[in-house]
Design a protein around this ligand. Structure first.
Ligand code: TUI
Length: 318
């Protein structure tokens, strides 16, 4: 029942895509998601091309299913990363953090399916003209670099403006979220934060525990002053960053303050001074589970919700 144009396009079982998280979208998590019937995505982040080649090789050793690479467009290595995915014949690419327009034709010519992540109707329409295969539409509930509009408001607006299949991202971590995304016109979902709290994800246990302990108010957005809004779990780092933003410290100094802080937080476990990128749905996540269990539960819950929906309508007066 949960097959869709997205699962057909990607040749996967369920239309569930793992967000291409820098440092966390490694062969361990990627192969687990792909082996469980979703699409695992290596997060190239700002890592050098040699790191990406190693991750592609390790992923191939762990799964024979399709997987993708997320190209982070602000990476200093973006051009080399594009060359690596072509050379290595990676079947699917997602992009983030910018407009991938200049790379789309080259990737498509190489036979790669291209699914950019966008946060606006305008960019979705522009990329549709370049014949991207699907568009991942990300609301500001997401962790990391975000746009300005919520998933609830953005998905139906993009769906009404493009014919390209839409995947919903931002604020989704269970089967209710998947069913809601489908109700809004999306044909699949992408999740990041939910896949951090898995046995397979290499995130530091202290970061996973911070997500498990998160409330609905646990995240905040910094970097608005820099023009790069970034959603992270609240900690000493976000507090200090905000104080310095309010004091209008120089943009250069603030940019410098953020560098390398993500690795320190999520891999090294410096959960007070590191940048703990996570979405608002963190407050819903209560357990670390194997990827396969999460995917099976989400699919079963979404099917149950969709089946029950007719009985939720207002029939009391009948
Ligand atoms: O890219 C993401 N999420 C990310 S990237 C990232 S790495 C980073 N590290 C430190 C500071 C900033 C970033 C962490 N999280 N999600 C996809 C996404 N793309 N969200 C928003 C956008 C986006 C923004 C502007 C896409 C296109 C865009 O276009 C601007 C333009 O040029 O039209």
């Amino acid at each position: 029942m949960l097959r869709s144009v997205i699962s057909e396009l990607l040749n996967i079982e369920y239309p569930i895509i793992q967000g291409g998280m820098a440092w966390l979208g490694t062969a361990e998590l990627v192969s687990a998601v792909s082996n469980a019937g979703g699409l695992g995505v290596i997060g190239a982040g700002s890592a050098p091309p040699s790191w990406l080649v190693e991750q592609i090789n390790s992923t191939r050793a762990l799964t024979s299913k399709p997987f993708g690479v997320n190209i982070m467009l602000m990476s200093p290595f973006v051009d080399e990363v594009v060359e690596v995915v072509i050379q290595e014949e990676v079947p699917i690419v997602t992009t983030g953090g910018g407009n991938p327009g200049i790379y789309v034709a080259r990737l498509k010519q190489a036979g790669i399916k291209v699914m950019p992540v966008v946060a606006s109707v305008a960019l979705a329409k522009r990329l549709e003209r370049l014949k991207v295969d699907a568009i991942i539409v990300e609301g500001m509930e997401s962790g990391g670099h975000i746009g300005e509009t919520t998933t609830m408001a953005l998905i139906p607006q993009v769906v009404d403006n493009v014919a390209t299949p839409v995947v919903a991202a931002g604020g989704i971590a269970d089967g209710r979220g998947l069913a809601a995304a489908l109700a809004l016109g999306a044909r699949g979902i992408q999740m990041g934060t939910r896949f951090v709290c898995t046995t397979e994800c290499i995130a530091h246990p202290k970061f996973k525990q911070k997500i498990l302990g998160a409330s609905d108010h646990a995240t905040m957005v910094t970097g608005q002053f820099l023009g790069h809004p970034l959603r992270c779990l609240r900690n000493k780092m976000t507090h200090e960053f905000l104080m310095r933003e309010q004091a209008a410290d120089s943009k250069e100094e603030l940019e410098q303050m953020g560098l390398g802080k993500f690795y320190a937080g999520v891999i090294e476990g410096d959960v007070e001074s590191g940048s703990l990128m996570a979405g608002q749905i963190a407050g819903l996540i209560r357990e670390i589970k194997p990827v396969k269990m999460i995917i099976e539960e989400i699919v079963a819950e979404a099917e149950a919700v969709i089946t029950k929906l007719p009985s939720y309508s207002c029939r009391e007066s009948e």
